[in-house]
Ligand binder design. Structure first.
Ligand code: KG4
Ligand code: ZN
Length: 339
């Protein structure tokens, strides 16, 4: 089975070809065209600008994936595309392109939830022991999801304000470090190894639910730097980044382990763009294994937005519901599609 997948929910235009043979998945192409350099100068993603660039890039990106995989359209079994959540102007480019190809090539089209796809990146040739608990952390979402199997899941917690990736991005903006903030803060945090008097709050770490809050952490960071001179902020940036990262990661790890124990799961899965964070990967793995949970996280390139994860999700969805050829007519963008 060969799947063409398309992703345009935010600022990456992506296409992938996944081949499935007897349950074994092979990534024949995974093309990501990033717009980060374009949005950098605005300090964040501008939806209309993102849509315009998706429009310019989508056909060349699909073409590159098809060429790299050396596959003819006739050999594609179905198309999978992100239908939400995301920026509506950006989503529409991927969806309308996928619908056009579905009609022209007479191939079924499967709409994929972007957050389920982040999660499904963990299903790429990795065995998972169920029930499992997933922490999905990205620029727009911070969620804890309980999974009965590959298809049945329900959300048990989420952020009540900012997503953790958004908090990283806002913290970087506050410190004038550039966009996207996550990788920059992570890199600077690694440069500080001493003891620091900066102690930022761990919001909602002791709440009984599995929700998160990150806007207070960002405000605490603001108050901390407001007390410093410009020169002091500059020289202490790695220390400030480390304090911020320590607080964010500790809350994520602590609440995920608490939820895993409460729901008596077998394994813990980490997913989403912030899952590319080395400290979060290492700390959650250590805490999970200490408590005898299997730990899974996708390889780095499958954490941040890509179309391979859309193809993997499409593959699992196709095993649940056989995709229909005229399905494209019913598919539309859902910018707020909840897991
Ligand atoms: O999943 P993703 O690529 O896009 C969304 O669906 O939002 O996640 C992007 C987010 C951004 O907020 C970015 O700053 C964050 O993931 N991120 C990181 C790292 N790499 C990306 N955050 C912390 N550490 C990283 N290494
Ligand atoms: Zn994402």
């Amino acid at each position: 089975m060969n799947i063409l997948a398309i992703e345009t929910s935010c600022d990456e235009t992506a296409a992938a070809i996944l081949k499935a043979k007897r349950g074994r998945l092979e990534l024949a192409a995974n093309v990501v065209s990033s717009q980060i350099n374009i949005h950098k100068k605005y300090g964040g993603v501008v939806p209309e600008v993102a849509a315009r660039h998706h429009l310019e890039n989508i056909i060349p990106v699909i073409d590159e994936a098809v060429q790299a995989a050396q596959i003819k359209p006739a050999a594609i079994d179905f198309i999978a595309t992100t239908a939400g959540p995301g920026l509506v102007t950006a989503l529409l480019v991927g969806i309308e392109t996928a619908k056009a190809l579905s009609y022209a090539w007479n191939k079924p089209l499967i709409p994929v939830n972007h957050m389920y796809a982040h999660l499904a990146a963990n299903f790429f040739n990795q065995s998972i022991q169920f029930p499992a608990l997933a922490l999905i952390v990205s620029g727009g979402h911070t969620e804890i999801v309980l999974l009965k199997n590959h298809h049945h899941y329900n959300k048990i917690g989420q952020t009540v304000d900012d997503a953790v990736g958004e908090a990283y991005d806002k913290a970087a903006k506050l410190l004038n470090l550039g966009y996207p903030g996550g990788p920059i803060i992570a890199r600077l945090a690694d440069k500080f190894s001493g003891l620091s008097p900066i102690n930022l709050p761990r919001p909602m770490i002791n709440s009984r639910d599995f929700n998160f809050s990150f806007s207070g952490l960002k405000t605490a960071l603001l108050y901390t730097v407001q007390k410093m001179t410009k020169k002091e902020i500059k020289t202490r940036t790695p220390e400030i980044c480390r304090a911020f990262q320590n607080a964010a990661v500790e809350v994520l790890v602590s609440k995920t382990i608490k939820a895993a124990k409460k729901y008596q799961v077998q394994s813990i899965l980490l997913a989403g763009g912030v899952a590319a964070n080395k400290k979060l990967r290492a700390d959650l793995k250590a805490a999970a294994e200490k408590n005898n949970f299997q730990f899974r996280v996708p390889e780095f390139k499958l954490c941040t937005d890509n179309a391979a994860m859309i193809a993997i999700a499409g593959y699992y969805l196709s095993r649940k519901h056989h995709p229909q050829k005229d399905g494209w007519q019913k598919i539309s963008a859902d910018p707020n599609w909840e897991l």
